[in-house]
Design a protein around this ligand. Structure first.
Ligand code: BDR
Ligand code: CA
Length: 314
């Protein structure tokens, strides 16, 4: 099983991504690290605990990381994710707090000491990962890959015309990550917007009846309500879950290896991921940029099947 650490700011779509990774037999989740993003750090950390406990994996360490981006102010988005960040389900309070030790130390120690190369899955602003790579640059040679949800080029942004949320919140961090010499897979809006969940997927999930599936159905309904209004659609993609899916099932995605950088000083374009799709800059190829999903129905069927591997819960 492939070892992964999930860096996250839950977020309903983060919750789906975490549950998917825990249900997928191909992955071995070594732990979670949390970051300020959709909510403040205390809330995202508590949310991550609730999610692993719901999945029957309270044994997993959740390490709290950066309470704010490297240079910029935090930008919580309760208007998208609700007051808790994972609204839509009546969550049991977390039985346990975060594990001792800072997320950055956990990332470095685990990656440097694990016998096999570890993959980092980044589902929020990339502050923790950038800090870890600066603190221990030799991580770059030990990592298998970094898969991140973030950015958008052909689709533009979702927080400004040019910028997607995770990159806009900490553009400097994303720039450090893309420049660190680690193989990177980007799962941007170009890819997630091509992978909307099936219409009424939440009803299908609820029909399974377990606590996990009822929680997923409730979160999906909440998440869609906001999205469908903003985008005038009938169904929305679960961005972060698509990132884990891209790691699990590359056969369902299209993309291209090319040079990618982040605009950190634009008047109108700060946080934009600048993708050299036609390789015009002569810069080294540093990122596999995913731009499509070949079969969204199959993708969500596989996600649903993996979620069914989780314990049915109390
Ligand atoms: C990303 O922004 C967050 O709100 C979601 O959790 C996801 O990681 C989508 O742009
Ligand atoms: Ca997220």
């Amino acid at each position: 099983r492939h070892p992964v650490i999930i860096d996250t700011d839950p977020g309903q779509d983060d919750a789906f991504a975490i549950l998917l990774a825990l249900g997928a037999p191909q992955l071995k989740v070594l732990g979670l690290t949390t970051v300020a993003g959709n909510m403040g750090l205390t809330q995202t950390t508590d949310n991550a605990r609730r999610i692993v406990e719901l999945a029957g994996r309270g044994d997993l360490p959740v390490h709290a990381g950066a309470p704010r981006p490297l240079l910029r102010k935090p930008r919580p988005v309760p208007e998208i994710h609700g007051d808790t960040g994972i609204d839509g389900w009546d969550w049991a309070p977390a039985r346990q707090g975060p594990a001792e030790g800072h997320a950055v130390d956990f990332l470095i120690e685990t990656v440097m000491q694990h016998p096999e190369p570890v993959t980092l899955v980044a589902l929020g602003p990339q502050t923790n990962i950038a800090m870890a790579l600066r603190r221990e640059p030799r991580m770059a040679d030990r990592l298998a890959r970094i898969v991140f949800m973030g950015g958008g080029y052909f689709e533009g942004g979702n927080m400004s015309p040019a910028a997607e949320y995770n990159i806009l919140v900490d553009p400097e961090a994303a720039r450090i990550v893309l420049g660190a010499g680690v193989p990177v897979t980007a799962v941007p809006l170009d890819c997630t917007h091509a992978a909307p969940a099936p219409v009424n997927w939440s009803a299908r999930l609820a029909a399974h009846g377990s606590q996990v599936m009822l929680a997923c159905a409730g979160m999906m309904e909440f998440f869609e309500r906001y999205g469908n209004e903003k985008y005038q659609t009938q169904s929305r993609p679960l961005h972060d879950a698509v990132a884990v899916a891209a790691l699990l099932w590359p056969d369902l995605f299209t993309g291209r290896l090319c040079p990618v950088d982040v605009e950190c000083a634009g008047e109108l374009t700060t946080g934009m991921t600048v993708v050299d799709w036609l390789r015009q800059t002569g810069q080294p190829d540093n990122c596999l940029w995913l731009n499509g999903c070949t079969d969204p129905a199959e993708l969500y069927a596989r996600i649903e099947k993996a979620l069914l591997n989780l314990p049915i819960g109390a």
